[in-house]
Write a protein that binds this ligand. Structure first.
Ligand code: SAM
Ligand code: DTB
Ligand code: SF4
Length: 312
């Protein structure tokens, strides 16, 4: 269903418990409320990225402690996927600090995809902008999902990224869809954007036709040395509202609590799960920044009666 930005803003403005109640009811209509999908991330090519995304520790334009590394070997990546599977992940997501993949690199990534699928894991890749034909190559290798985020509203986008446009991103999302891949597309909150920007992002995500199967909501990880290293923190209940509104506007999508769980209390995470989040990134690191320990997540899931979902 298409939502206007104004309609989404009205959802944000609802009394907190009305919003949560409705989001949770919608969640139950479409999903088993006790299941949670678990993805594990691996940075297969770290640092040295030519892009200027203001939030990102991997841009070579920012002064962070992240070192520039070469693309990992197929063997290294498959070994990490095995460990992720042993830790309960159902999907393995590979991230590369590229503007987009070169043909030679894509050939190695397609080998990784085929090998990881052979382990019985779902696969996801986030490699930046795709050129004509590249999404098809990934689909042929057996890739399940491609992650490419819109990140924020069209209006706020230019404050954060100058080296590629909002429309470049939409074009890549169209290529991914056309190749028959499932779409993982979300954004980042806590970058100093307004509630109206958050509403515009969710309206834009909900207007993708069909909507993304997977919607990561990242809370900015403020990394020293990036332009957003000292962005003002987002009020925690506003994060819960964002999850609830995403659940209402994208009722059949997996809504993922992506970056930013490190440092969140169990109570805050529980509220997010109640509000409709039913997916997380698990593993001690995201791409380059810390994430809660696997044992801590497991303990929280047990307390809440959440079970790892096998696939989708
Ligand atoms: N280079 C590719 C691209 O940008 O499309 C793929 C990797 S990139 C690191 C994937 C996503 O990670 C970004 O779109 C952004 O949403 C998220 N991300 C990066 N740095 C982040 C941070 N500091 N906090 C939260 N999310 C972040
Ligand atoms: C997404 O939306 N979030 C993930 C994944 N897709 C690739 C990445 C989060 C990165 C957080 C910063 C870091 O660890 O470098
Ligand atoms: Fe590069 Fe992706 Fe980071 Fe942007 S978000 S600087 S494209 S790795």
């Amino acid at each position: 269903m298409a939502y206007t930005k104004d309609a989404v803003e009205r959802l944000f403005a609802r009394p907190f418990f009305d919003l949560l109640f409705e989001a949770h009811a919608t969640h139950r209509q479409h999903f088993d409320p006790s299941d949670i999908q678990i993805s594990t991330l691996l940075s297969i090519k770290t640092g040295g990225c030519p892009e200027d995304c203001g939030y990102c520790p991997q841009s070579r334009r920012h002064h962070t402690t992240v070192a520039d590394e070469a693309l990992l070997s197929v063997e290294e990546v498959v070994a990490a996927a095995r460990r992720a599977k042993a830790n309960g992940a159902g999907r393995f997501c590979m991230g590369a600090a590229w503007r987009g993949p070169k043909e030679r690199d894509l050939a190695r990534v397609t080998e990784m995809i085929a090998a990881i699928r052979g382990l019985g894991l779902e696969t996801c890749a986030t490699l930046g902008l795709l050129r004509e034909g590249q999404a098809e190559q990934l689909a042929e290798a057996g890739l399940d999902y491609y992650n490419h985020n819109l990140d924020t509203s069209r209006e706020f986008y230019g404050e954060v990224i100058q080296t590629r446009t909002y429309d470049d991103r939409i074009e890549t999302l169209e290529r991914v869809r056309k190749a028959g891949l499932k779409v993982c597309c979300g954004g980042i909150v806590g970058m100093g954007e307004t509630r109206s920007d958050r509403a515009a992002l969710i309206a834009q995500l909900a207007s993708l036709d069909p909507p993304p199967e997977s919607v990561p909501i990242n809370l900015l990880v403020r990394v020293p040395g990036t332009p957003l290293g000292d962005a003002p923190s987002l009020e925690p209940l506003e994060f819960v509202r964002t999850i609830a509104v995403a659940r209402l506007c994208l009722p059949t999508s997996r809504v993922r609590m992506a970056a930013g769980r490190e440092g969140m209390s169990e109570e805050l995470q529980a509220l997010c799960y109640f509000a409709g989040a039913n997916s997380v990134f698990a593993g001690d690191v995201l791409l380059t920044t810390p994430n809660p320990a696997v044992a801590a997540d497991r303990a929280l899931f047990a307390k809440l009666g959440l079970n790892a979902a096998c696939a989708d």
